[in-house]
Write a protein that binds this ligand. Sequence first.
Ligand SMILES: NC(=O)c1ccc[n+]([C@@H]2O[C@H](COP(=O)([O-])OP(=O)(O)OC[C@H]3O[C@@H](n4cnc5c(N)ncnc54)[C@H](OP(=O)(O)O)[C@@H]3O)[C@@H](O)[C@H]2O)c1
Length: 261
Amino acid sequence: MVMNIFSKANHEKTGLGLLAVSPPLYILLTFGVVAPFGKHSSNKWGPCINAKLAWFLFECPNLIWSVYAYLTRDEYVFSSSPANCILLSLFCIHYINRAVIYPMRISEASQPVNLAVLTSAISFCTVNGYLQGLEYCQFRVYSKNYISSPKFIIGCILRCTGFVLNLQADSILRRLRNTPPKAQYKIPNGGLFRYTSCANFSGEIIEWFGYALASNSLSGWAFFAWVCANLIPRGVSHHKWYLDKFEDYPKDRWAVIPFIV
Ligand SMILES: NC(=O)c1ccc[n+]([C@@H]2O[C@H](COP(=O)([O-])OP(=O)(O)OC[C@H]3O[C@@H](n4cnc5c(N)ncnc54)[C@H](OP(=O)(O)O)[C@@H]3O)[C@@H](O)[C@H]2O)c1
């Protein structure tokens, strides 16, 4: 029997599946392996490809699914509320940056990405693009006045604030990477780096928390859980790496979320 991935039941099962794999992923990345890319890259995990191409390839499925979902949308569902269009747009804006603009601007000196990271990231983005795209174009019917609810308004504000903080942190890191000696890591400063070692991850976590809140859907919360399971252990590894590498590293910084981790 062939599974119909476009049925509501299977879409929901996929959301539950993503939610269910997030805690084991968190445990694995905290106590098992450090995700082998960037500062922790290793060639033990297969051949490596250029970082620009890798970022484009693995983030692309999010955009492909979003365009496909929009073109094949159920007009009744998609027009039920402006929230459908706003949430899909917020998701796409992030991934236009991450799949197209970020790889174009990332430094040539960035570490290449190995095959294991590439395939796991493509798999995740394929599942997540499907979840988010179909949520708003096929399944989710919001009430007409949902966009004036506090949940939606606060969620959208957090989503946009996190996005701006993430962009700011990405650009601070890009400047550092492009400052000679280009291959050398330096201590980042400014923006949220005053408080955390991984301001880019802090911004991204705020962004997807806001999005999940505004979306008020299993797909949104499953995505947020996965982001935390992935970025918190990576942020903790980066934080320890900075403390080991630089004697003068500011001791009052948190890893990713002030007062928590
Ligand atoms: N939604 C998600 O689940 C998810 C998952 C992963 C990443 N992301 C996002 O994607 C973006 C990149 O993630 P990432 O894990 O690659 O971030 P990262 O490890 O902080 O690296 C980002 C870039 O900055 C460079 N860099 C980092 N620290 C540096 C330093 N101290 N000095 C000089 N250059 C430095 C890196 O070079 P090297 O490559 O040479 O280290 C890389 O080009 C972030 O905005 C992150 O939030 C999101």
